[in-house]
Ligand binder design. Structure first.
Ligand SMILES: O=C(O)CCC(=O)C(=O)O
Length: 333
């Protein structure tokens, strides 16, 4: 913890990469906070309602689009000057107010290390425990993904329902790898089967309203290709390690974005994919390892791809304390 001149305690920022020395947590600067106080602004009491997002009535001219891309590129380069604004920091004990001010509202990702260290799930959710708790209750999962390079775009065609213990047999070591995965997309159908597991989790009160998360269960080797979400998302890692690559929305022009929320560059780390989409080499990207107990905030519009390095159980949440309705105005055409 870093003690600040106003007596407030703020969490220390942790190094994203061991080689980088990171400064004490001075987000947005005390100077800015003092200036805001001088004009009577107190973030603790004033969280303004989100302004509506209006779609333009006429097509946006090419010139305006070129200016927009220029401005996005300049902004990203400017952010890269700062290890806080321009990186994905790893934090501990991040109060809700600091999360809102420095990450949720500005739309910057952050890892919150050890944020769910007190959840019984972390020690309990072994494959054996899950088999006992859920048994042969029917669960919906995504299956047959190996046969279709666009398994995420066509996710409806990969839905299948089977007893949970059969799913666990399917993904046992040496088994399905990326072929079978229980994802958030299946969570509506799986609420009853997974209900016993929610005795092992705790509410995340600084950031979320009370609601169950959406469960992702899969073996080492599941891969979710490069895409962005239409909501702000909180990824909460209970079991296993996942490796994510994130790309800021400002880099979209490099990512062959032709279909819905997906990039034609499925894997931005793959030499083959980069050879097919050489522009993607120019995109600024960040690697994040999410370990048991960690949470990652991914703001709406941030590209990400996710690889499970081990058997993994993760939850995702979108029920933030603050507005999260960007999907309502997404221009899908
Ligand atoms: O963990 C995964 O495989 C994908 C998670 C993800 O992309 C998401 O929640 O948007």
């Amino acid at each position: 913890m870093t003690k600040f001149p106003d007596g407030g305690k703020r969490p220390a920022i942790l190094a994203q990469k061991p080689a980088t020395t990171t400064p004490a947590f001075d987000v947005a600067g005390l100077g800015m906070q003092m200036a805001l106080r001088q004009i009577g602004f107190d973030a603790r009491t004033s969280v303004p309602a989100a302004r509506p997002v209006a779609a333009p009535q006429k097509p946006v001219p090419d010139r305006a689009l070129r200016h927009r891309d220029w401005l996005l590129a300049v902004g990203e380069r400017q952010r890269s000057l700062s290890p806080i604004a321009g990186d994905i920091p790893r934090m501990r004990d991040l109060p809700g107010k600091d999360f809102l001010d420095h990450f949720y509202a500005p739309g910057r990702p952050v890892v919150m290390e050890g944020a769910i260290a007190d959840w019984p799930a972390l020690s309990r959710w072994t494959p054996d425990y899950l088999r006992k708790a859920i048994g042969s209750a029917p669960v919906e999962c995504q299956v047959g993904r190996n046969a279709n390079p666009d398994y995420e775009l066509h996710k409806d065609t990969h839905k299948q329902t089977m007893p949970f213990d059969r799913f666990m047999d399917l993904i046992a070591p040496g088994g399905a790898a990326n072929d079978a995965y229980i994802t958030a997309y299946n969570s509506g159908a799986n609420a009853a089967a997974f209900a016993p597991l929610f005795a092992d989790v705790r509410p995340i009160t600084p950031y979320l309203t009370p609601a169950n998360g959406m469960l992702w269960v899969g073996p080492a080797g599941t891969f979710t290709p490069l895409h962005f979400d239409l909501t702000n998302n909180l990824l909460v890692q209970a079991i296993g390690v996942k490796r994510l690559h994130l790309v800021p929305p400002s880099e979209t022009r490099y990512l062959a974005h032709n279909r819905h929320v997906f990039s034609d560059v499925h894997d931005i780390t793959s030499p083959d994919h980069l050879a097919r989409h050489p522009d993607a080499r120019n995109a600024r990207r960040f690697e994040v390892e999410l370990r048991p107990g960690d949470m990652l905030y991914i703001p709406v519009g941030w590209w990400h791809q996710v690889l499970s390095l081990e058997f993994s159980v993760m939850l995702t949440y979108t029920n933030f304390l603050w507005p999260n309705d960007a999907f309502e105005t997404f221009p899908s055409q």
